[in-house]
Write a protein that binds this ligand. Structure first.
Ligand SMILES: Cc1cc2nc3c(=O)[nH]c(=O)nc-3n(C[C@H](O)[C@H](O)[C@H](O)COP(=O)(O)OP(=O)(O)OC[C@H]3O[C@@H](n4cnc5c(N)ncnc54)[C@H](O)[C@@H]3O)c2cc1C
Length: 485
């Protein structure tokens, strides 16, 4: 509940045209990339760090929940305002403030779309590698808050590896500027890193200093078709133990291939059960071609049915378009999906995929598997129709079994999407009570009233694996809106 006096103060801070509370406006800010939905009481769109600081000081004084929101492409329910309150829409803070080749950094506001920074860096011969498949929608603030990754993580690392400094507004409105432009530092706790992956629960990121590296001049991409998932998985291990480090190794299973086959020029050989997309980069065209050719040879040794190398930019673009089309294309099979993001040690990929196939049969739901095979990060997507009675329970069963299998194989719950509200009840299965205690102690120190993104990250009842289902809003919608309209 946001009192009218607070609404008036919000209008005074950002201007009335940037405070929204009509039902249609609230619905537009009630969802993310998952199937969850809940309305906030009010949406506020600040333009500066000073405005964010004033909003948080006000919310803190009144104990009102605040949910920072980037582009809402998140896949963990991170921006769903479960407790109502203020959604802090950061889309207006969208300036690239500086690109400095001398210091090898970009300074950006959080609402800059990922692909926009990449294009601006590339125009200066520089490279910002993190490449979530959502890069044309996601914001850099959201990328920092979730520690977003993507195919190029294998060689270049995730968002965390590019964050040098941040401006963060804390829950009570204080402004912190951890890190900076320097290449290295060993000056106390690495506070900037603490906020990476914190999913809006510790502070609001309002400015980001990101590392840029030289842009590799040459790239080559290969498409490898296999008669079995095991042969594809064996290729991954063989390539990575042969002294090669491709930029990306992406895996598509049979169900996923069927969804995007239309994007693949020339179709696929009969009997293709798995596909790898492998990219190599560097500055020497001959060396890059030789590396991708060697990957092809190794793949053939593991039983590949076909090796196709794309060297021209349009050929390469077509392959990556097929990869990026996967997530949206899943909607063709069922209207709803729960996209998981488990990570297992690379050597366990075949065992994990076999387990997911068995789980799919056990619960009677399709679960296509794709993902970043090079770093063991798989995206089993549980497809369902939440209008069908009992289907959500089967989804929950499948998710529980997938998490249990990943943990049993030495893996973890999320590699890049974060925990949000969807995975919070499983945290106790992955983290020790000491780890959870340490995380909660940090949360309490920085946000003692718990106003920042409540209901995210931490289990509501530690050890209770069914809480997330109970926490989902009902099918027909959205909780009653307490906002005056
Ligand atoms: C089709 C599709 C493909 C995807 N592919 C990938 C992929 O390959 N790799 C990957 O990592 N992710 C992927 N995602 C998930 C998603 O795009 C990422 O999690 C992305 O980082 C979210 O950015 P966003 O701006 O949309 O954040 P939001 O969804 O708006 O927010 C995500 C979380 O960050 C917090 N947050 C946002 N901005 C701030 C801020 N300025 N300060 C503090 N907290 C903030 C929010 O409170 C929330 O908890 C995909 C999503 C879709 C829909």
């Amino acid at each position: 509940m946001v009192p009218d006096t607070v609404r008036r103060e919000l209008c005074a801070i950002v201007g009335p045209e940037y405070v929204h509370d009509r039902p249609a406006e609230l619905i537009a800010y009630s969802y993310d990339g998952t199937f969850q939905q809940q309305r906030p009481d009010v949406v506020v769109s600040p333009r500066t760090t000073a405005e964010v600081a004033q909003i948080l000081a006000l919310a803190h004084a009144h104990g009102i929940p605040v949910v920072p929101r980037g582009a809402a492409s998140g896949l963990a329910g991170g921006v769903i305002p479960l407790a109502g309150g203020i959604v802090l829409n950061l889309a207006r803070m969208n300036r690239i403030l500086e690109i400095s080749p001398e210091d090898g950094v970009a300074v950006v506001e959080p609402g800059v779309v990922t692909a926009r920074l990449q294009a601006a860096a590339e125009a200066r011969g520089l490279f910002y590698p993190p490449d979530p498949a959502s890069l044309n929608q996601s914001s850099l603030g959201g990328n920092v808050a979730t520690n977003a990754g993507g195919p190029r993580c294998l060689k270049y690392g995730a968002t965390r590896d590019y964050v040098r400094g941040l401006t963060v507004v804390l829950a009570d409105g204080r402004v912190l500027r951890p890190g900076g432009r320097v290449l290295k530092q060993s000056t106390g706790y690495q506070l900037a890193q603490l906020f990476v992956g914190s999913e809006g629960t510790l502070g609001v990121v309002t400015e980001i200093i990101l590392k840029l590296i030289p842009l590799p001049r040459e790239r080559a991409t290969a498409r490898l078709a296999f008669p079995s998932l095991d042969a594809a998985a064996e290729t991954v291990t063989t390539v990575l133990t042969a002294g090669l480090l491709p930029t990306a190794i992406e895996l598509l299973d049979r169900t996923t291939i069927d969804l995007v086959v239309g994007y693949l020029p020339g179709g696929l050989p009969e009997g293709s059960e798995a596909l790898l997309i492998v990219e190599c980069d560097g500055n020497d065209a001959t060396a890059v071609q030789a590396e991708v050719a060697r990957v092809g040879e190794l793949a053939r040794g593991c039983g590949a049915l076909e090796v196709q190398v794309a060297t021209t930019p349009p050929e390469r673009a077509a392959l990556w378009e097929a990869r990026r089309a996967i997530s949206p294309a899943l909607g063709r099979l069922r209207p709803n999906k729960l996209g998981e993001d488990i990570v297992v040690p690379r050597g366990q990929i075949p065992a994990m995929v076999r387990r997911i196939t068995a789980i799919s049969e056990e619960v009677g739901l399709p679960i296509p598997v794709f993902g970043h095979a090079g770093d063991g990060n798989l995206h089993p997507n549980i497809l369902f129709d939440r209008r069908v009675p009992g289907e959500l329970e089967r989804v929950e069963r499948a998710a529980t079994l997938i998490f249990e299998a990943a943990i049993a194989l030495g893996g973890t719950l999320s590699g890049e999407h974060g925990v949000g509200s969807l995975k919070r009840e499983f945290m106790a299965a992955r983290l020790s009570s000491e780890e959870l205690w340490a995380m909660q102690a940090i949360k309490h120190a920085l946000d003692p009233k718990g106003i920042l993104n409540p209901g995210k990250l931490f289990p509501t009842r530690p050890g209770d694996r069914t809480g997330w289902l109970a926490a989902l809003p009902t099918l027909d919608g959205v909780v009653p809106c307490s906002a005056a309209s």
